[in-house]
Design a protein around this ligand. Structure first.
Ligand SMILES: C[S@@+](CC[C@H](N)C(=O)[O-])C[C@H]1O[C@@H](n2cnc3c(N)ncnc32)[C@H](O)[C@@H]1O
Length: 197
């Protein structure tokens, strides 16, 4: 039987979270294309978990770029550290922190991903406000979530899902402008937002 969903993810091992990230692997290319990520870019990933997406991002930006992988769980980032060592990837900087209060010292990004994380967070609006401080004017961010009308075959149960209207409202209160909204699959949607120039 499946364990009941817990916002803090303690119902799953990091192996299980990684396996779930693999199941959503098809979404990542569209996130990177929407952000127009290229070699040499600096990209901030909020709620990186065990790091599947961080490794794909590292591949896209190459060793002249950098991925800042932020997660409040030291264990999740230790999992990513192991994968980096196995694969010889050194341009991912892991930062153990709450994304709502992380300080931007030394971190400056051209783009950000906040994907499948806000429904786990205690202060989702605070995360979006804080992320804006790390981005240069004109930078893009992708915010992706599970759709409340989705089949709920994967991801959180319906009661834990966030409407795109709610997420857009938080983004706009944080100073972002919404450029587009897209239903990627019956289960998933993404917003592309921009920090104004
Ligand atoms: C489902 S997992 C990984 C999602 C990953 N971004 C993806 O798209 O596959 C969500 C992660 O968000 C992290 N998280 C939740 N709230 C956070 C916060 N306030 N600050 C930093 N990390 C947070 C959790 O520890 C967990 O590792």
């Amino acid at each position: 039987m499946q364990e009941a969903f817990r916002k803090d993810l303690t119902h799953l091992t990091w192996d299980e979270v990684y396996a779930r990230q693999l199941k959503s692997a098809d979404l990542v290319g569209e996130w990177m294309d929407a952000l127009r990520l290229k070699t040499g870019d600096r990209v901030l990933e909020i709620g990186a978990g065990p790091g599947y997406v961080s490794l794909v991002l590292a591949d896209r930006v190459g060793p002249t770029g950098v991925v800042y992988a932020v997660d409040r769980s030291a264990e999740a980032l230790a999992y990513l550290e192991r994968l980096q060592k196995e694969r010889g990837v050194s341009h991912i900087r892991r930062l153990v922190a709450d994304a709502a209060t992380l300080e931007p010292a030394g971190v400056r990004a051209d783009a950000a991903l906040i994907t499948m994380v806000l429904h786990h967070a205690e202060d989702p609006a605070g995360i979006l406000r804080n992320v804006a401080r790390f981005l240069s004017p004109g930078s893009l961010a992708v915010v992706a979530e599970f759709h409340p009308d989705g089949p709920c075959d994967q991801g959180p149960p319906q009661g834990h899902r966030l409407t795109s209207h709610q997420v857009k409202t938080w983004c706009e209160s944080a100073g972002f402008v919404t450029l587009s909204e897209r239903r990627q699959t019956p289960e998933h949607y993404m917003l592309l937002v921009q920090r104004p120039s």
